[in-house]
Write a protein that binds this ligand. Structure first.
Ligand SMILES: Nc1ncnc2c1ncn2[C@@H]1O[C@H](COP(=O)(O)OP(=O)(O)OP(=O)(O)O)[C@@H](O)[C@H]1O
Ligand SMILES: [Mg+2]
Length: 217
């Protein structure tokens, strides 16, 4: 019998992989989630969550996914490892992430990919009136070329809203790199820094006080 069953739990509580079922909603994580929800619902375009290694960015992204997956008005896409060596590889990955069927046919050009993505965003966000979210975890891995492609996609908009809602979650090293790209930095509507759990929270967690975890139903 597994040790956690003996303890009366139905799953491994101290797994090293981020599990939203054991998400501890500190004030800071709660605020980050609420503010992200607002940005997404208002379709403001680009949100940024920064935090040092292990501050709970991936856990937060899974929690957000859990919160949004039942909603039929929000289409949530996640990219967990955004390492792309060429523009085409990134666009190809986005097309697959968005579930766009480019058909068979000859080798597609970069322009074809961009056109298909644009068409998908107009169809989904304007014609069908849905909110399309692209969450990128490990965003510090995005290179300059990838950031530029995302910037261009944030230009797709109507008079009222952005067609694509991008959420970047990344380690602190991403900050100076984003700051250098003025026309991207200026477009970030939410900038939020996650800090490690504070002393009291850490004490409760270390005491094994499982009541502090917000369990998902
Ligand atoms: N709010 C939280 N509630 C419960 N567990 C958490 C929380 N924040 C972090 N953890 C735990 O800490 C570990 C690291 O969290 P996570 O992987 O989400 O951090 P990260 O910010 O994505 O780190 P990295 O920068 O290395 O990707 C995980 O095992 C996760 O379960
Ligand atoms: Mg992570």
């Amino acid at each position: 019998m597994s040790y956690f069953k003996i303890l009366g739990l139905d799953r491994e509580p101290f797994s090293t992989s981020p599990d939203p079922a054991f998400f501890y909603e500190s004030q800071e994580h709660h605020a980050a989630l609420m503010r992200l929800m607002i940005e997404i619902r208002l379709k403001r375009g680009l949100s940024l969550i920064l935090g040092d290694v292990g501050t709970g960015k991936t856990t937060l992204s899974r929690k957000l996914f859990q919160m949004l997956k039942e909603r039929t008005d929000i289409i949530f896409h996640m990219v967990m490892d955004p390492t792309y060596d060429s523009e085409k590889l990134l666009l190809d990955s986005l097309v697959r992430t968005f579930g766009i069927d480019m058909g068979l046919g000859p080798d597609r050009s970069i322009l074809d990919y961009k056109e298909e993505i644009k068409k998908y965003l107009y169809r989904t966000a304007v014609d069908e009136n849905k909110i399309v979210v692209l969450l990128v975890d490990e965003a510090q891995k995005l290179n300059a070329m990838s950031l530029e492609i995302l910037r261009v996609m944030l230009n797709y908009e109507t008079n009222e809203f952005k067609l694509l809602q991008v959420v970047l979650l990344g380690q602190l090293e991403l900050l100076p790199r984003l700051r250098e790209i003025n026309n991207l930095w200026d477009r970030i509507s939410l900038k939020y820094m996650l800090n490690p759990l504070d002393e009291e929270e850490t004490r409760l967690m270390n005491k094994g006080d499982l009541s502090i975890y917000s369990r998902l139903s």
